[in-house]
Design a protein around this ligand. Structure first.
Ligand code: PGA
Length: 246
């Protein structure tokens, strides 16, 4: 049985004051749930998260990482810098970065490898657009996105990633994939991972996961948790989703 994992993706939200209130509410109430949990926050707030979350059951991480180890890459953040703030996770290949920052599947693969080399767990995001789904290309699209990562990583590295299936049309829209739709894609991703001896990897679902749909989604055979955007900014909702995973 794979342990469930619930990760909050704060995106470009927050301030020192707002984060302090959210982190206080989370650490006060989270306790020791059966599921693992973490928040992935804007890089400037990693120190604040480290201070607030150390000693709690909630981990933390970043939302992107450079594929380079260091040097003349203005604006980029190296994996070793994330390790300096005791991060566990880093999201790579979120659809917002693929769409708005032109990240290719090969670049996402290189970022995943850079994270692994520093000892971080990359949360590799894959997902199709509405047009791709309607054209019957869902499996081809997510297969290509995961395939590029698996082509670069060794079997031992592949077994250390977390995968997140996030249909682009469900992100921030309130429109969730049905549990059956999500499970169908997760099963295909699991099969692809198994070919690389990485079938035990946790596969999260993301895209308008909320307290009222989390339990049904995470009850599916191949859905091992959630990557939560909007609902992770509300302590009560995020805690309820962690509870639903337990
Ligand atoms: P959402 O975002 O939960 O707000 O749909 C999920 C994500 O983009 O990771």
């Amino acid at each position: 049985m794979r342990r469930k994992l619930v990760v909050g993706n704060w995106k470009m939200n927050g301030s020192l004051a707002v984060n302090a209130a959210l982190l206080e509410a989370l650490t006060t109430a989270v306790g020791t749930p059966a599921a693992a949990s973490a928040v992935c926050v804007p890089a400037p707030y990693l120190g604040q998260c480290q201070a607030a979350l150390t000693g709690s059951t909630i981990g933390w991480g970043a939302q992107d990482v450079s594929s380079h180890g260091g040097g003349a890459y203005t604006g980029e953040v190296a994996a070793t810098m994330l390790v300096d703030f005791a991060c566990t996770y880093v999201i790579v290949g979120h659809s917002e970065r693929r769409a708005m920052h032109g990240e290719s599947s090969e670049l996402v693969a290189a970022k995943a490898q850079a994270a692994l080399s520093a000892g971080l767990t990359p949360i590799v995001c894959v997902g199709e657009t509405l047009a791709e789904r309607e054209a019957g290309q869902t499996f081809a699209v997510v297969g290509e996105q995961l395939g590029a990562v698996l082509a670069l990583l060794s079997e031992a590295e592949a077994a250390r990633i977390v995968l997140a299936y996030e249909p682009v049309w469900a992100i921030g829209t309130g429109q969730t994939a049905t549990a059956a739709m999500a499970q169908e894609v997760h099963a295909q991703l699991r099969a692809q991972l198994t070919q690389k001896q990485a079938g035990g990897v946790q596969i999260l679902y993301g895209g308008s996961m909320k307290p009222d749909n989390a339990r049904e989604l995470m009850a599916q055979t191949d859905i091992d948790g959630g990557l939560i955007g909007g609902a992770s900014l509300k302590a009560g909702d995020f805690l309820a989703i962690i509870g639903a995973a337990s």
